[in-house]
Design a protein around this ligand. Structure first.
Ligand code: PGA
Length: 240
């Protein structure tokens, strides 16, 4: 595991954006695994800039980690909406090559199988971006999730609902379930980059990097992956 500690959010975003554009340069038809939340917003801004400088997104395929159950693409807090706003509508990625679990289908279980199958059919993920929850979750794989899990319906932890309430008008509006790629789906990616900033992530980063590998801290599983880079700012890395 490679850990890069940078000074602040801007440098974290630059470092991660560099890794992504390097991946695209090496393999223009890469399969990227994408994350949402506050952490990658700066990365996506820089990727938009790289597109205006000539980086070509047209051959990429993308898979997002997760989506809220019950929020359709028109909902401003759905992750499909987030991705359109922060990246997809700003670069020349083909809409049909962008994949996000659909949280408004009748049969959620079938959607999970379909999603896992799509990833397989695309040849697997070349580079997976991750944030981390204050409770150590990756994707929406909350503490206790089995390491063998694939895309599944998950109940969000109370701490996650509270952490994400800042994006909604009230706590009651935060969905309580999501579809999320599982730990196994994430671990099958060929390369993984996890980014974190701010002191609220310091404990989770310490536990993920230096603590025991345990389902209690889902991100700790990354210690077992052959190609993982953590890019954290000084505050998030303060306990390392
Ligand atoms: P954040 O979320 O980037 O909004 O902090 C990260 C996560 O919960 O995985």
């Amino acid at each position: 595991m490679n850990v890069i500690i940078v000074s602040n959010y801007e440098s974290m975003s630059e470092e991660v954006a560099k890794i992504v554009t390097g991946q695209i340069a090496n393999k223009p038809n890469s399969v990227l695994g994408l994350a949402t939340g506050g952490s990658p917003v700066g990365v996506y801004k820089l990727l938009q800039e790289s597109y205006s400088r000539g980086v070509d997104f047209s051959q990429l395929t993308t898979f997002n980690l997760d989506e809220y159950v019950g929020l359709g693409e028109d909902h401003p807090q759905s992750y499909r909406h987030y991705m359109e706003e922060h990246l997809f509508s700003k670069v020349n990625v083909k809409k049909e090559n962008t994949h996000i679990p659909n949280g408004v289908v009748q049969d959620l279980q079938a959607e999970c199988y379909r999603y896992e199958e799509l990833i397989k059919r695309a040849g697997g993920i070349d580079l997976q971006l991750l944030g981390i929850g204050t409770n150590g979750h990756i994707g929406f794989n909350e503490p206790g999730t089995e390491f063998g899990s694939t895309t599944q319906v998950v109940d969000l932890a109370q701490s996650t609902i509270k952490d994400n309430a800042r994006y909604f008008a009230s706590l009651d509006e935060v969905p309580t379930q999501a579809l999320s790629m599982g730990i196994k789906s994430i671990m099958q990616a060929r390369n993984i980059v996890l980014m974190a900033n701010g002191g609220s992530k310091a404990h989770a980063i310490f536990a993920a990097v230096k603590g025991p590998v345990t389902p209690d801290v889902p991100a700790s599983v990354l210690q077992l992956h052959p190609s993982v880079t953590f890019v954290v700012d000084q505050a998030a890395g303060s306990k390392l």
